[in-house]
Write a protein that binds this ligand. Structure first.
Ligand SMILES: [Zn+2]
Length: 169
C-alpha cells in the first residue's frame, strides 16, 4: 500500500512538473516554451530529488544555461527543493521534436518555422521558405546565420521584409 501511494505521489508530481515547464520560454524566442521546443526529454523522481533531462538545440547553445536556471527557479518556487538538471546530448536534438503548436507560435512571432524533416538533405538555397509576414514563397536567403546560429536570415521579395528562418537540423 505504501509503495502504491508513493507511485501515485510521484505520478502527480511528475505531471505537475511537466505542466510547470510549459511556462518556461526559450530566451532566444520568448513566445515558445521549452516543451514546444521539444528539449525536455524526461523527468525522473527519485525519493525527493527531481531530475530533469534536457537536450540542447545544438551543443554549446548559450541559451541552455539560462533555461537550466529558469527550470531550477520555477521548481524552487513550487516547493521542489532537490533539483538535478542533466544534459542529455545523445540522441541529438532535431527540429522534428518541435511541436506543431511551437511551429505556429514561431510563425506568429515572425520567424519562419523549419520546413520539412531533419533527414531531408536539402540545401538551404533550394528550400521554399514562406515569409511569416505576407506568406509569400518568393523569398531569398541572405545569410546562413541569422540572429543566432540556429537561424538563417532571409528576405521576402514581395513585402521586402527580412526575417529569420529556424533551420532544420
Ligand atoms: Zn513577405
Amino acid at each position: 500500500m505504501v509503495i502504491i501511494m508513493e507511485e501515485i505521489k510521484e505520478h502527480i508530481a511528475s505531471a505537475a512538473i511537466w505542466k510547470l515547464m510549459e511556462e518556461i520560454y526559450d530566451p532566444e524566442v520568448p513566445v515558445i516554451s521549452i516543451i514546444d521546443l521539444g528539449i525536455i526529454r524526461d523527468v525522473k523522481i527519485n525519493n525527493d530529488t527531481i531530475e530533469v533531462f534536457i537536450t540542447p538545440t545544438y551543443s554549446g547553445c548559450p541559451a541552455m544555461d539560462v533555461i537550466s536556471m529558469n527550470i531550477r527557479m520555477v521548481l524552487l518556487q513550487n516547493g521542489f527543493t532537490k533539483i538535478k538538471i542533466t544534459q542529455q546530448l545523445s540522441p541529438a536534438w532535431t527540429t522534428d521534436w518541435m511541436t506543431q503548436n511551437g511551429k505556429e507560435k514561431l510563425k506568429a512571432y515572425g520567424i519562419a518555422p523549419p520546413v520539412g524533416k531533419s533527414f531531408d538533405k536539402k540545401y538551404l538555397e533550394e528550400l521554399k521558405v514562406e515569409c511569416p509576414l505576407c506568406h509569400s514563397q518568393n523569398t531569398s536567403l541572405i545569410s546562413q546565420f541569422g540572429s543566432t546560429a540556429c537561424k538563417a536570415l532571409y528576405k521576402c521579395n514581395d513585402c521586402l521584409e527580412p526575417f529569420d528562418y529556424f533551420k532544420c537540423h
